[in-house]
Design a protein around this ligand. Sequence first.
Ligand code: CO
Length: 197
Amino acid sequence: MLDHLKANNRAWAQRKVSADAGFFKRLVGQQAPEYLWIGCSDSRVPANEIVDLDPGELFVHRNVANLAPPQDANYLSVLQFAVDVLKVKHIMVVGHYGCGGVAAAVDGKRRGLVDHWLHPIREVYQENRQALEAITDLPARLDRLCELNVIRQMRNVASDVFVQDAWARGQEVSVHGWVYSLATGLVTDLNVTIHGP
Ligand code: CO
């Protein structure tokens, strides 16, 4: 079962060792990534590949529609470990244009549990309804909602007590908002970086 994936894995590990004999040995010793990536689960948005970083260089949390819900124990555990233990310097909330989760949040169809997960996006939509509905092109409107969702999730990250406490003790950590384009492979920085309380 899945023999092609196991073969891929062996070939990948071999390539890594060929290029750098000590690669895996070093990683066993420690991980010291400077970045936490909070992104979408979408298979077309592979965190490490997009920013061309090796294992050990990027701490990653992904879920449907790149949310940072302040009651989600999974996200909070990742955030606390990244900030308190790894002491990452940068946290990137990374949305992507054409996000199916963002579209599903506001298309009015019922899907079950995921409707609850996506509730924060409907709130973002309601808070920005006038500006969004002024955009008549639906894909463009949804792309704008992707950006607004990133900014809203950044606020959750920056206002979280783990991040606030880090700033209070003088630790340097910035929260960035990015959106990735499936069509070009390029990241756009929304230029709304938060550096402190
Ligand atoms: Co998505």
